[in-house]
Design a protein around this ligand. Sequence first.
Ligand code: GLP
Length: 244
Amino acid sequence: MDLLPAKTPAALAETAASRIADLIAARPDAAVVVATGNTPLATYRVLGERVGRGDLDASRLRVFQLDEYLGLGHGDDRSLYGWMARAFLHPLGIPERNAVRLPSGAVDPDAACRAYDAAVRDAGGFDLAILGLGPNGHLGFNEPPSDRAAPTRVVTLSPESVASNAAYWGGDPARVPRQALTAGMDLLLAARHTLLLVSGAPKRAILRRALDGPPTADVPASWLHLAPKVTVVADRAALTDGAP
Ligand code: GLP
């Protein structure tokens, strides 16, 4: 794993956006799995600005949703697909028909997971995974313990993830669905390039465990040591004791 330290969250966003833009320039129709959560939002804003200036064309990307709450009704404002559409697809000028969803309202969630796996396979696997780090070391919603071969599946959220996700929806844990769909560890670890974006002092201890290893199901992000090419972009607060 390569570590790219960034001084500030803004520097992190610039660094990560440049990496992503380089990859898009080299492969305009890359298959990219895209995290929501707070950490990558500034990066997506920088990419959107580059698209707006005409410096980047992302319109041919094939985009895969990383994770989704299970059982939300149509138009529910907690949809992680909706979040991805607002934060990534629309600002980058990517048509929604280019996106592969993990469907929150699936009647048969297991069949939906198999359909997602088939779509990833048809795309030739992920060229790029843009990931955040859960406070408990999860990737997507691969909660600890998650084996390195854990497939795309239905998961029950840990109390820690319910608590951290509550912050997205006004702070009320009751607003967080208890089950979710997640892209599997197997698919994520096979991505040809992974960018793990980590910001802020609350992530410092879990980032340390992910970076230092050894790879363990108890810290799913630590499996990234086994992935082909991983770049961790982390700000000073996430890396250094006593950082502001
Ligand atoms: C959430 C999501 C992940 C996200 C991670 C970090 O629970 N399931 O996809 O990457 O936790 O989120 P944040 O960037 O808001 O810290």
